[in-house]
Design a binder for this molecule. Sequence first.
Ligand code: FAD
Length: 425
Amino acid sequence: MTARPAARPRANWAGNVVFAAADLHRPATLGQLQAVVARSRRIRVLAAGHSFNDLADSPGTQVSLAGLPAEVEIDSAARLARISAGLRYAELAPRLDRHGFALANLASLPHISVAGACATATHGSGAARPNLAAAVAGLTLVTAEGDVAEIGRQHDWFDGAVVHLGALGVVAGLVLELVPAFDVAQRVYEDLPLEVLGDHFTDLMSGAYSVSLFTDWRAPRLTQLWLKQRLTAPSTPSITQGSWFTATPAPGPRHPVPGLPADTCTQQLGVPGRWYDRLPHFRAESRPSAGHELQSEYLLPVEHAIPALNALNRIRDRLAPALRICEIRVVAADQLWLSPCYRQDSVAFHFTWIADAASVLPVVMLTERQLTPFAARPHWGKIFTIPPQTLRSSYERLPDYLDLMRRLDPSGKFRNSYTDRHLAS
Ligand SMILES: Cc1cc2nc3c(=O)[nH]c(=O)nc-3n(C[C@H](O)[C@H](O)[C@H](O)COP(=O)(O)OP(=O)(O)OC[C@H]3O[C@@H](n4cnc5c(N)ncnc54)[C@H](O)[C@@H]3O)c2cc1C
């Protein structure tokens, strides 16, 4: 039985990348997936397509796992879930919750696939919370020959395989670490001068389970602060009913992008809800974020947060016209070789740009120049122009990853121009 090619996808979610791949296969079984991988000369997975660059493209064929059975198998005693890799967080989270379990953290949106998010070290926020890939305890990999391999912590290269950028094989399944399900209350505060942030950054960022700060860079101030507080018991006191570090509670629901209606956002005003209905900013059933946009993001050691913020403040006249909104988050360190947070607690500066690449690219380059002194690493799935040499030298385990890539995929079946450009030419 063979997988039938589906209609060629035109573009990624943002519409800024038109895929060059000749076709898109959509196998319905693991066997069909193995067959399509085995017979393809060049192949890469296209998951939810939410990356803003050509990462998911292929010089040959693309394959989608969305047609495979959406399986979730929970081992309650071990607090692990074995899941199909094509699942999106929006599908997975309620299924875990029904069994009394949760994931420790989520990104700003539940629309992305678990495998795609982990492949690029996608993250949420929280001083004590590493990126989403840190929850991966095992991978089922379809290798270049079409064989199935179970990869786990018993492999000394496991930490190199979790954030893999799609270049090691096709991940057909993942094992994820779970935590007990929990409730969260979300509150939005408004208006905080940058100098207050400078004086209290650490306290502010550790003031809730997850904290996101927003600025439009039109003034040296934060426009909004989103606090997601984990409720450990029905009586957990809310963060505060009054002001928070001089920021005032928003009187109604807010969208982080100025002027957009809040009905696409998860519930605020301190109303308790399940973890998966509060940790993302955007509701699963709505188009997330601004919708018409480009994105970049840079992660750097958290101790540089304030100097980096000041460096960005110095170019805010250039940032503001190209920007829908800028989000500042913190991410805890991990051990994953290609994670931008490898062994360093990090601050992440995210930019939702207007959807005009010609205006945005010079500002992206300027932003990168401002952040260069702080050893900034770009988000793998977003727009960046950092030269390959600089990027490569910022990942001490990259040589080990390249060895792994050559060992698992000697013919370069899973390589594309993105991996050639950024990882190894
Ligand atoms: C509106 C919006 C909001 C976002 N918010 C955040 C955020 O809060 N935090 C953050 O860190 N990022 C965020 N991102 C970026 C996003 O999380 C990443 O780009 C993520 O990789 C997208 O997942 P995807 O399922 O769309 O993967 P794709 O973009 O489809 O694929 C990403 C990469 O993973 C590979 N891949 C996917 N599945 C597999 C598989 N099964 N086997 C092998 N390789 C695979 C692909 O080949 C590709 O290389 C956001 C993006 C958008 C559009």
